[in-house]
Design a protein around this ligand. Structure first.
Ligand SMILES: Nc1ncnc2c1ncn2[C@@H]1O[C@H](COP(=O)(O)OP(=O)(O)OP(=O)(O)O)[C@@H](O)[C@H]1O
Ligand SMILES: [Mg+2]
Length: 244
């Protein structure tokens, strides 16, 4: 099977600070990849480079066999194929839940109101938020906000969904409801790249685990390989710290 995304020797610097040194990664359609690593290792920067919220300073991003960084590539279209779920939800506070899930569909995908509403309702149902369509984000709990953010991302029918620590801002009792939705989404055909501190999710749900350290992929493998038989001292040290 062809790769949906192929990252070759990706680099990102801010001035003299080299945050991503040389990252290569190939992802198959439908694959669920988790990215773990210490704070500051470059995980968010890596995701933000993939969807071009940050401009890479070197390397290649190949999406469906096409070079995304080529001058004539259709970036607007690329962006509609990728969704992102943030730690801080990033919902539109001046819109209700339903409108949050409709607006991008109408402005970016040019869907009409009826279709956008139908798609939004279906996805809100899937995340268990149908009862809250008239609510404003500030009336919701963190877990509910994140479920709406996931429904909003899904409403754009992305091929790839990027998650940057989607449960890190949540009170502990709300982590489970968001993880269980992500678990339901996994292996439904959607390609998922998930930066997470939830080692249980990485171990139980992902096909592959990427361990990042200081701007490099220090080790990658199946959850079994990374959690039960890590090879690198850095991986062992990190896991020893977070799993205790
Ligand atoms: N816009 C920026 N300008 C300058 N430096 C930045 C910028 N964004 C990130 N960095 C630096 O890049 C490094 C990696 O940051 P990044 O946020 O990618 O790490 P992370 O692995 O996501 O960490 P965390 O687990 O804390 O979220 C950090 O040293 C950070 O200071
Ligand atoms: Mg981060």
């Amino acid at each position: 099977m062809e790769n949906i995304i192929e990252i070759n020797h990706l680099q990102k610097s801010y001035g003299k600070n080299v945050v991503l040194k040389d990252i290569s990664l190939q992802v198959k359609p439908g694959e669920v990849v988790t990215i773990i690593g210490a704070s500051g290792s470059g995980k968010s920067t890596f995701l933000r480079c993939i969807n071009l919220l940050e401009q890479p300073t070197g390397g290649e991003i190949i999406y469906n066999q096409e070079n995304v960084l080529a001058a004539k590539y259709n970036l607007a279209k690329y962006r509609t194929h990728l969704g992102m779920v943030f730690q801080s939800f990033n919902l539109f506070n001046n819109m209700n839940v339903l409108e949050n899930c409709m607006t991008g569909q109408m402005t970016v995908l040019k869907r009409n109101k009826e279709e956008a509403q139908q798609v939004a309702l279906k996805n809100l149902e899937q995340v268990g938020m149908s009862r809250f369509i008239k609510a404003r984000p500030n009336q919701l709990s963190g877990g509910q906000k994140q479920r709406v953010a996931i429904a909003r991302a899904l409403s754009m029918n992305p091929n790839v969904l990027l998650f940057d620590e989607p449960t890190s801002a949540l009170d502990p009792e709300m982590v489970g409801e968001v993880l269980s939705i992500m678990q339901k989404l996994a292996h439904t055909g959607l390609t998922m790249l998930v930066v997470t501190h939830e080692m249980g999710f990485a171990k139980e749900v992902s096909d592959r685990v990427i361990f990042m350290d200081k701007g490099l992929i220090a080790e990658e493998g199946t959850p079994e390989q990374i959690f039960n038989h890590p090879q690198e001292a850095r991986t062992k040290e990190f896991l020893g710290r977070v799993l205790k």
